[in-house]
Design a protein around this ligand. Structure first.
Ligand SMILES: Cc1ncc(COP(=O)(O)O)c(C=O)c1O
Length: 365
């Protein structure tokens, strides 16, 4: 039997040995994951439709082949399939355990202590956490009235060491056009990572720019448009020399054998992808109209969610009332910018259930 040791003598409390910036920082808080069927879950931009049936077949096949050996560290099957679809070389692709893993790799590779990461405001708050972990600074660039990024709005953009641009942006769903992206890439003194987690819900992409503008990198995920949030698979597209360097930073086996097989099968089934995408786009337009009719201010969305607020009803109250009715949406507040609801585009039935409650709530004063 071990006796419970007390922290006396030479034994040091490990909490005292933590790096101060880790102790002082707040951890990233992801959206609520209430994985019970009791809730209609429209808070973390998952796809309401299941993945391609080929995904399950691929996972089963991989299980039969066995999982006692390490996976392919490069996820070659995925790289080959994605490269042929995107019209890039397989060496231009780096795979990750979700695109958050890609963001971690890129942050670690480019951002040193006291250096500066540029991000638009408001945007994906994980970027701030990643920069804080590296003891780096964050430079917020407010969006212009046209939802574009103008570096002239900040002092001394020359000191930036890395820039993250979610395009389409979260939480606003707005998008920069290609000319605007090119302008930003040309003005920046540093690499520009275009986070295309939601790009499949619009027609804009920067992937075809990476050869002509080698400071552009593009990250993508299978969590949203391919219905694989629970599986964890994302990737980066950049020039081969850059990918070669970034491979040194990633964990050797950052993607597992099942996720590699599943992700490869998912992107191979473009018919399934296109059908689900179309349903989401149709519902997005219809839902945005319905919200506007209820008096909501709704930003035009290029993603699989909408950002909205109501002039006569507090967003946080609406969030709470919806939650009481077993509907989860995301209430977000960005200091000095505003607050609102970010609502994922679910199935027609899910959105109708939400609208039934909103119609009732918006009639009440
Ligand atoms: C802008 C943005 N980037 C990246 C991600 C991460 O996606 P994942 O790690 O599931 O690939 C998200 C998830 O919500 C996101 O909103």
């Amino acid at each position: 039997m071990h006796r419970k040791a007390s922290m006396t003598g030479s034994m040091k409390n490990p909490l005292d040995s933590l790096l101060p910036h880790i102790r002082e920082m707040e951890g990233y808080v992801p959206g609520e994951q209430l994985n019970t069927r009791k809730y209609i879950k429209l808070n973390t931009n998952e796809n309401p439709y299941p993945p391609s049936p080929d995904v399950l077949v691929a996972i089963q096949k991989q299980l039969q082949r066995g999982i006692e050996q390490y996976p392919d560290p490069l996820a070659t099957s995925f790289r080959l399939m994605a490269a042929s679809q995107l019209g890039v070389r397989p060496e231009s692709i780096l795979c990750g355990n979700g695109s958050d893993d890609i963001l971690t790799i890129v942050t670690r590779a480019f951002l040193g202590t006291s250096e500066s990461l540029g991000i638009p405001y408001p945007s994906y708050t994980l970027y701030e956490t990643l920069a804080t972990l590296e003891q780096a600074n964050i430079v917020f660039v407010p969006f212009t009235n046209e939802w574009t990024v103008d570096l002239r709005k900040i002092n001394d953009s020359k000191r930036l060491k890395l820039f993250y641009l979610p395009n389409p942006n979260s939480p606003t769903g707005t998008v920069l056009r290609k000319e605007e992206l090119i302008d930003l890439a040309e003005r920046l003194p540093c690499p520009l990572l275009v986070d295309e987690a939601y790009a499949d819900f619009t027609s804009e992409s920067a992937i075809d720019l990476i050869e002509a503008y080698p400071n552009i990198m593009v990250s993508r995920t299978l969590s949203k448009s391919y219905s694989l949030a629970g599986l964890r698979f994302g990737y980066l597209v950049a020039t081969p020399p850059l990918i070669e360097q970034l491979l040194k930073v990633k964990d050797s086996y950052n993607c597992n054998a099942l996720s590699i097989a599943a992700a490869t099968a998912a992107i191979a089934d473009q018919k399934w992808f296109a059908q689900n995408r179309q349903k989401i786009l149709t519902q997005r337009e219809k839902f945005s109209d319905e919200l506007s009719q209820l008096g909501f201010e709704v930003l035009p969305s290029s993603a699989n969610f909408v950002w909205c607020s109501h002039p006569a009803h507090e967003s946080q109250t609406l969030y709470k009332r919806l939650r009481e009715n077993h509907i989860l949406v995301r209430y977000m507040r960005y200091p000095h910018w505003g607050e609102g609801l970010r609502i994922t585009i679910g199935t027609e039935e899910q959105l109708e259930a939400l609208l039934v409650i909103l119609r009732r709530l918006c009639r009440q004063k």
